[in-house]
Design a protein around this ligand. Structure first.
Ligand SMILES: Cc1ncc(COP(=O)(O)O)c(C=O)c1O
Length: 374
């Protein structure tokens, strides 16, 4: 099946809401820099890949190197836990629902502060993802349902047991903690711009951001809108075809649940409903929303693992490679000409992706990168 796209007319204004207020006043990077193992993650240029796809430059911010956690999610969880403990140092047990990386990040973050964690995962979570969370000391439990069911279950268990919920998606009445999580993600964009400034080309033209509940994409949109206003780069959101909650919400003009069947290899993006805290930012600054088939994620993983001669090898998981996968889809399908024109994708474009995870599901990663054909 081919890629679907939605062209959004942006107003380029930061929405006046709690998420924006939180992001405007936060300085999570100052906190992150105090943590053991903090190091700026690399920004890698791939001239060979840029040539292959006919663009001027491709930059990849490699979040697989973040805190030794193999994914960017630790930035958000640890900052939110720190903020909660500043307000109430007696909190003892933190709880969340996850499709993998956020739960691992919460487990790691609570352990750093000497606290306990309980993590609920959807029924289709692989054993290797559950083990990776448990390795950080969390009690991990599989529930009978999908990601949204796991979120509802985690909230119920927190109410029953007096635990603290640390969820990376907001809903009405639960907005402060997800906003702190988005604030934590901003650190990677600040780091990235500083790195970009040391490269010959100081700016990028098009940024591809993959979305699950949309908190990561909201962080990117806030960063670029806040810093550049209308001069920001074009922003493309990429989702799996079968987990298309952001795409469907744009089509309907309001927050809506995915119409897909929730089967995708991009486990980190397999979410049913966007975060209410992210939604207004997505509307303000996302120019194009793509929903793509899994095979593009596989192709992107292989492109990064088997690089063009001279380029660095990058280990990217299924969701980590999704931004590049969206770009490959745009370059591959002639039906997407209008979408390409909208973001002015041309041979002069400088493209930026974030590799949001490494091989977080090793058996699956090995299988995909070793399969040389689709
Ligand atoms: C590796 C990876 N990339 C991207 C995302 C998307 O982030 P968000 O759910 O904030 O849209 C996730 C979410 O879990 C993830 O695990």
């Amino acid at each position: 099946m081919s890629t679907s796209y939605y062209i959004n007319t942006t107003n380029n204004r930061l929405p006046a809401n709690l998420t924006t207020q939180t992001l405007e006043s936060a300085c999570a990077l100052d906190f992150h820099q105090t943590l053991p193992g903090y190091a700026k993650t690399p920004l890698i240029t791939l001239p060979g890949l840029a040539k292959k796809y006919g663009v001027a430059d491709i930059y990849v911010k490699d979040e697989s190197k973040r805190f030794g956690m193999n994914a960017f999610k630790s930035l958000g969880a640890v900052y939110a836990i720190h903020r909660l403990l500043q307000k109430n140092p007696n909190l003892d047990t933190f709880c969340t629902a996850t499709d993998g990386n956020h739960g691992k990040a919460v487990a790691w973050g609570t352990k750093l502060f000497g606290k306990k964690s309980v993590v609920y995962v959807p029924s289709d979570t692989t054993a290797s993802r559950m083990d990776a969370i448990a390795e950080h000391g969390a009690l991990v439990e599989k529930i009978n349902g999908n990601y949204d069911d796991a979120c509802a279950h985690a909230e119920r268990m927190c109410n029953e047991n007096g635990w603290q919920l640390v969820q990376d998606m907001a809903w009405e009445g639960y907005e402060e903690i997800p906003a702190d999580i988005v604030a934590g993600y901003i650190s990677m964009f600040i780091e990235m711009e500083n790195s970009l400034n040391t490269l010959p080309q100081p700016e990028v033209d098009i940024v591809f951001l993959q979305a699950g509940v949309g908190s990561f994409a909201a962080a990117g949109i806030f960063y670029y809108l806040h810093r550049y206003g209308v001069h920001r780069p074009a922003i493309v959101i990429v989702e799996p075809r079968e987990a298309d909650a952001v795409f469907t919400s744009f089509q309907e003009g309001k927050l809506t649940t995915s119409r897909g069947n929730a089967s995708t290899i991009m486990a980190g993006l397999n979410c049913g409903t966007p975060s209410s805290g992210a939604w207004d930012l997505l509307k303000s600054g996302a120019d194009l929303i793509l929903k793509i088939d899994d095979h593009y994620a596989c192709q992107a993983m292989r492109d990064l693992y088997h690089p063009v001669t001279g380029d660095d090898r990058i280990i990217a998981g299924e969701s980590g490679a999704a931004g590049l996968a969206g770009f490959i889809a745009l370059c591959s399908e002639k039906e997407l000409t209008k979408a390409k024109e909208h973001i002015k994708l041309s041979h002069r474009s400088r493209i930026l992706f974030v590799n949001t995870e490494g091989d977080t599901d090793k058996p699956m990663f090995d299988k995909i990168v070793k399969e040389m054909t689709r």
